[in-house]
Design a protein around this ligand. Structure first.
Ligand SMILES: [Zn+2]
Length: 146
């Protein structure tokens, strides 16, 4: 608990606001949360289950032959695994049994891609937090030099 003056009247606050109006305790809490998120993400990458690169899709289409059932709305279904590596679209047909087997590994791979993007964002947030805390402590330290 610190007591500080604000516009003439005394206010009590649990926040430790430094001379520059910065609250380091908020950033310390933020760092704890970022660290927890970091750990969760790294745990996902440390998993051992196999991954499959790509996205599974059910394509439904009409073949164009007259009198075919697809003309009555019963579309032909093709199961595919679409992989867009380095801008090249690779489409691989899969049979229904394979589709079921590949669903989880493909979903996990997509999830790891999102987590990787978050990881790089998280890294920036951690650095910003650390820099603000360092600056605040340097301001404290500058008093020692007076
Ligand atoms: Zn057809």
């Amino acid at each position: 608990m610190s007591v500080r003056k604000e516009s003439g009247r005394k206010v009590t606050s649990s926040a430790e606001i430094d001379g520059a109006g910065y609250d380091p305790s908020a950033d310390r809490q933020r760092l704890d949360r970022l660290e927890a998120e970091f750990r969760d993400i790294l745990a996902s990458f440390s998993g051992r289950r196999p991954l499959v690169r790509g996205r599974l899709k059910r394509l439904r289409r009409r073949c164009g032959k007259s009198g075919c059932r697809c003309q009555r709305g019963e579309l032909h279904e093709t199961l595919v695994l679409i992989d867009r590596r380095s801008g090249v679209r690779r489409v691989r047909k899969v049979v229904p049994g394979e589709f079921l087997r590949l669903e989880e590994p493909a979903r996990s791979w997509q999830r790891l891609r999102r987590l990787r993007a978050r990881l790089s964002q998280l890294h920036r947030e951690v650095l910003e937090c650390c820099d603000r805390l360092t600056e605040s402590r340097l301001r404290e330290g500058s008093r020692l030099l007076r």
